[in-house]
Design a protein around this ligand. Sequence first.
Ligand SMILES: Cc1cc2nc3c(=O)[nH]c(=O)nc-3n(C[C@H](O)[C@H](O)[C@H](O)COP(=O)(O)OP(=O)(O)OC[C@H]3O[C@@H](n4cnc5c(N)ncnc54)[C@H](O)[C@@H]3O)c2cc1C
Length: 413
Amino acid sequence: MMAFTLELDDDQVTVRDWLHGFAAEVIRPAAAEWDEREETPWPVIQEAARLGIYSLDFYAQQYADPSGLGIPIAMEELFWGDAGIGLSLVGTTLAAVSVLANGTDEQIGTWVPQMFGTPDDVKVAAFCSSEPDAGSDVSAMRTRAVYDEAKDEWVIDGTKTWATNGGIAGVHVVVATVDPALGARGQASLVIPPNTPGLSQGQKFRKHGIRASHTAEVVLDGVRVPGHCLLGGREKLEERLARARERAAAESRGDAGQRGRNAAMATFEASRPAVGAQAVGIARAAYEVALDYARTRVQFGRPIIDNQGIAFTLADMRTRIDAARLLVWRASWMAANNRPFTAAEGSMSKLYAGETAKWVTAQAMQILGGNGFTREYPVERMHRDAAIYTIFEGTSEIQRLVIARTLSGLPIR
Ligand SMILES: Cc1cc2nc3c(=O)[nH]c(=O)nc-3n(C[C@H](O)[C@H](O)[C@H](O)COP(=O)(O)OP(=O)(O)OC[C@H]3O[C@@H](n4cnc5c(N)ncnc54)[C@H](O)[C@@H]3O)c2cc1C
C-alpha cells in the first residue's frame, strides 16, 4: 500500500504542468467557439491524440499511478481548460472502463484500442446505460439482449438516451437486460462494433451546458452482434445469473445479507472521484477569473475585493474548492490502494465537488456583475457547464442515498 501524501512527485508535477499547458494553449482558446457550435471539437481531439493526451496509453499510465492521483490531476487540468471539450476528450474512457472492468483480456485487447483510434484517424466511444424510463433507477431498464444459440449471436432491441458520443462513436458499449426477472442483477454489457446495422442515432440533445460534448439517443433495432461481444463471456454471465437467482430466492425468504449489493456499489464508487475532479477543475477556473476580476474592478473608488462581502465570498470559494479536492484525492487514493469505502467516500467526493462547482461558478458570476452574465467572460459558460455535475454519473440525491445507506446499513428510500 502506498502512503497518502499531498506532495506530488516529479512525474505527477510534469504531467500536471504538461496538461495545464495544453488546457491553456489549446482548449481554452477554442472553448467559446465549440460551446456556440454545440459540436464535438474534432480538431482539439486530433491535436490531443497527436500529443499523446487522447490515447489509451496516456489514460492507462494515469490509472496505474499507485497513489491514485494520476487521474484526478489529469481531469482537473483538462476541465480547468473547458468542461465541454474536456468531456469530449474523456467521454471515451467511460466505455473503455466498462470493457476494462468486465471484459476478458482478449476483449480488452480488441475493443479498447479501437475506441480511441489512431492520431491519423481518431475515434470516440460511447457507454449507453440510461434510458427514457431508467435514469437513476437502472433496474427499470427495458433494452433487451436475447441470445440466438443457432447463430451464436446476441439480438439487441431498445432505446438508450443521454449517451455521451452516442451515434457518433465507433464502438458503443450497451447495457441490456438478459433476465428481466432479476432487475439490475439480470443485466449484461455488450460491445456493438463500428457500423453494425440496426444501431442509429436518435435525437441529438441541445443542452444548457457542456455543449461541446455530443449527447444523443441511441436506437437499437434488431441489432445483431457476435457471441464474443458479450463482455466477460457467456460462462461468466451464466454463473453470475445463477448467483443472482440464489440471492433473489434468499431475499424472498428474508434471509439475504447486503454483501452482494455492496460489492457492486464499491465498483461504481471507485469511478466517482474522477468525475468529482472534473468539477474541481471547473470550480477552480471560475474562482481564478473571479479573484482576478475582484482585484481589478474598481467601484466606489476602490477594487471591489476591498469589500468584505466580496473578499469573504472568495475565501469561501477557495475553501470549498480545496475541501472538494481533498475529498477527491482521498477517495482516489483509497480506490487505488483497495481500501474499502466504508463511508461511501467515492460518493462523498462526487457529491461535494459537484455541488461546489455549481455554487462556486454562481458566486463567480455574481462577482463579475453584468459582465458575469455575458458571453464576453467565461464564467457564464462555466456556470452552465457546472450544472451537469449534480446530475450525471449519479445525481446529488442518489449520492446522498448511497452515503446514507452505507452509514446506516439501512435500505433508506
Ligand atoms: C449531458 C449528459 C450526459 C450523459 N451521459 C451519459 C452517458 O454517457 N451514458 C449514460 O448511460 N447516461 C448518461 N447520462 C444520463 C445521466 O446519468 C442521467 O441523466 C442521470 O443518471 C439521472 O437520470 P434521469 O435524468 O433519468 O433523472 P431521474 O432519475 O428521473 O431523476 C429526476 C430527479 O429525481 C431525483 N430522484 C430520483 N430518484 C430519487 C430517489 N430515490 N431519492 C431522491 N431523489 C431521487 C433525482 O436526483 C433527480 O433530481 C447523461 C446525462 C446528461 C444530461
